[in-house]
Design a protein around this ligand. Structure first.
Ligand code: ZN
Length: 344
């Protein structure tokens, strides 16, 4: 298990970056990976603080999370030989920093500027251009520095998406249990409990989730980080990614860049909860309350896209056994599922 050694969540957390770096033994050099916007929001400040400590700091801006971006960062790491890589950003920048640092075998510190998914703390990274449309193992962040003051500046929709990525653990854990029962797959009860507890915790705090509420953001960040840790403990994304994520990946393949990761997973969770015989209405009502999408129309896709995604979801990742494999439904049954849950 690779676990983060320091996790700092709160207002002004970024100001403690020098102290954390020192404690972890990084006093000479660092490479910051950021996007142009996230560099303005936080990257420049990180650099300023580390330089004040006498460290040699370089910044490399990336715009996407493709194999090419990862390779370019790997080259920078090879040339500059930094002690540590800081990933400053939302999804893509952290993915690139995580993947490239893992390949070059140097540590990585996560400095999220949004709370939109659990990749900010997980050992997996999602890179476009590899053969798989889902996340692959890279390395866990050695530290996570989540400044709520910075994250608050991101659109509220990002936080809602993160919330949905946590709620998705309800069905992910059910799928994992099912795979254990039916296929004798390894099942880690502790990792599963941790992911499930995070989902329950955010559901219990749904009334907190209002824009500009720092406490809500802290609850959400703690849940996202716990989910990341659960994947580190499990050694895979199993506790956090089941049939609802397969639906999300499938929908993204059909309509690239439609909605956000968490939003697609949220709608997937409603439908997969129905298939599991769980209280899908409770999940849907919580998402509605947040103003999160709960239908095809709200995701910006049409009914046919949803049905196609349901059709191919199980084949996106054939080795991942879920309720979709167990039931092996036909188009008609999927239409019934999407209609009953009011997704279409
Ligand atoms: Zn996810």
């Amino acid at each position: 298990m690779q676990l983060p050694r320091e996790v700092i969540v709160g207002n002004g957390a970024i100001e403690r970056i020098a102290e954390v770096s020192r404690r972890l033994g990084f006093i000479k050099s660092a490479l910051i990976i950021a996007g142009s916007r996230t560099n303005d929001v936080a990257g420049k400040r990180v650099r300023e603080i580390l330089e004040k400590e006498g460290m040699t700091v370089n910044t490399f801006l990336v715009e996407g999370a493709t194999v090419n971006d990862v390779q370019r960062v790997e080259e920078r790491i090879r040339d500059l030989k930094p002690q540590v890589v800081y990933g400053v950003g939302g999804g893509t920048k952290i993915d690139v920093a995580k993947c490239s640092s893992a390949k070059k075998e140097i540590p990585f510190i996560s400095v999220p500027t949004t709370a939109s998914h659990d990749g900010i703390a997980s050992p997996l990274s999602s890179i476009k251009g590899f053969e798989k449309p889902y996340s692959v193992m890279a390395q866990a962040p050695l530290a996570i520095i989540a400044d709520t003051n910075v994250i608050m500046k991101a659109p509220w929709r990002f936080a809602i998406s993160g919330y949905e990525d946590v709620v998705a653990k309800f069905t992910a854990v059910k799928d994992w249990k099912l795979a254990h029962a039916e296929k004798n797959e390894y099942y880690g009860g502790y990792a599963a409990s941790l992911a499930l507890m995070s989902a329950k915790h955010v559901m219990q705090n749904v009334q907190l989730m209002t824009e500009n509420n720092e406490e809500a953001l802290r609850v959400l960040l703690e849940a996202l980080i716990s989910c990341g840790v659960s994947m580190s403990i499990a050694g895979s994304s199993r506790p956090c990614s089941g049939s609802e994520h397969l639906f999300s990946h499938a929908l993204e393949m059909i309509k690239p860049n439609c909605a956000m990761h968490g939003e697609r997973c949220g709608v997937g969770t409603i439908m997969m909860a129905y298939l599991h015989g769980a209280d899908w209405k409770r999940i849907r009502d919580a998402l509605r309350r947040l103003g999160a999408p709960t239908s095809a129309r709200e995701l910006g896709v049409d009914s046919d896209d949803v049905l196609k995604a349901l059709d191919i979801a199980a084949s996106v990742r054939p080795e991942r056994f879920t309720i979709l494999n167990k039931l092996s439904l036909n188009r008609e049954a999927y239409e019934h599922l999407a209609t009953v849950t009011q997704v279409i």
